[in-house]
Design a protein around this ligand. Structure first.
Ligand code: MRU
Length: 337
């Protein structure tokens, strides 16, 4: 156990041999309930309805969905197509299914596919630990930082991407205080990131999303640290809605902006952020809070759940292959030829 492990106690995606157990993120923090998937349709539903969420975690869950499909004798082509359509923005989902499909095409049986899914999960955890160290070493001692959405153990195989940098930064003494934006409408920051940070003993304060510019103007944070759902070939980055406005505010106030994501989030086949499909979710997510309607009946809403931050607003992209400072197409191609 390294020092960093003392701030890392959660594993939300657990393979049980004949079922996939997911810590149900719709219910946290009120209830810690496990959702059991016994076939690939259960996994598709869990991804679509956000029982499991976060780019790396949905890729890992989908890989286990293929294993379940093979174990249960489902039609694998149909199962993989259904899993692929569960959510459109995070490329980790497509990446994981492409990798599993290579096994299927080569004639792998359920046991061999199980080995492959386990490798995808293990590699994600290893990447997160490595990115944690790389990202945290960019941060000067005693810094306060702001994060958005949830990029932690809940969103990955464990440890987290942006939250992994925060875990490592706290362990190294480089991060003294974390601010987490609540992340309306689904409140990943308020419900999930605060749950992880409090459980793992990391000093954290929740802010309303609308308080972020004020926080930066007050000089309270040195870095904004976020994850990604897809990074295009030119470094443009899709992440949770609200990330783009944080990047604009950060640049205006001289605050540094870091994106942390494994290579499985990089999509060199997508030229720019304009080519990334942004998921639109049901208006009801915005018209209610915690299941209680807060807006007049009859009202409509527009609910895009991701946005694109242009590469020129990003100071550093941290991947397990290395750090790209001031990302652009040329810099990206060096690490991702
Ligand atoms: O809609 P979500 O909760 O799946 O969105 C998650 C995010 O936007 C995360 O920031 C991103 O997936 C990186 S998670 C390591």
């Amino acid at each position: 156990m390294t020092t960093n492990d003392s701030h890392d106690s959660i594993r939300a995606v657990q393979w049980q041999g004949d079922r996939l157990r997911l810590l149900d993120q719709r219910r946290l923090p009120a209830e810690e309930i496990w959702f059991d998937c016994v076939n690939s349709n259960d996994v598709t539903r869990a991804i679509r309805d956000l029982a499991v969420r976060g780019a790396p975690a949905i890729g890992i869950a989908a890989a286990w969905g293929v294993v379940l499909a093979a174990q249960k004798g489902e039609d694998l082509v149909t199962a993989m197509a259904t899993l692929r359509a569960a959510r459109p923005t995070a490329v980790n989902l497509m990446w994981a299914l492409d990798r599993m499909n290579r096994g299927v095409v080569a004639g792998a049986d359920a046991a061999a596919l199980e080995t492959e899914a386990q490798a995808i999960q293990d590699e994600d955890l290893a990447a997160n630990r490595h990115m944690g160290e790389l990202g945290a070493s960019l941060i000067e001692a005693g810094s306060h930082v702001l994060t958005h959405c949830n990029t932690g153990s809940l969103a990955t195989a464990g440890y987290g991407t942006a939250l992994g940098v925060i875990r490592a930064g706290v362990a190294m003494g480089n991060i003294e205080q974390v601010y987490a934006g609540e992340t309306r409408p689904w409140q990943q920051g308020a419900r999930l990131t605060m749950w992880e940070l409090v459980r793992d003993g990391i000093p954290a304060k929740l802010i309303a999303d609308s308080a972020a510019s004020h926080l930066m103007k007050d000089g309270k944070v040195k870095w904004v640290i976020v994850g990604a759902d897809r990074i295009a070939a030119n470094g443009d980055t899709a992440n949770k809605i609200g990330t783009y406005q944080l990047a604009i505010a950060a640049r205006h106030h001289g605050v540094k902006f870091m994106v942390v994501a494994p290579s499985t989030t990089v999509d060199m086949a997508t030229a720019t952020g304009a080519d990334i499909e942004i998921e639109l979710r049901d208006a009801t997510e915005l018209l209610s809070i915690g299941g209680t309607r807060t807006v007049i009946e009859g009202a409509d809403a527009w609910n895009p759940v991701f946005d694109v931050t242009p590469a020129d607003l990003i100071d550093a992209i941290v991947t397990e292959r290395g750090v790209i400072l001031k990302p652009d197409e040329d810099q990206m191609r060096i690490l991702f030829p």
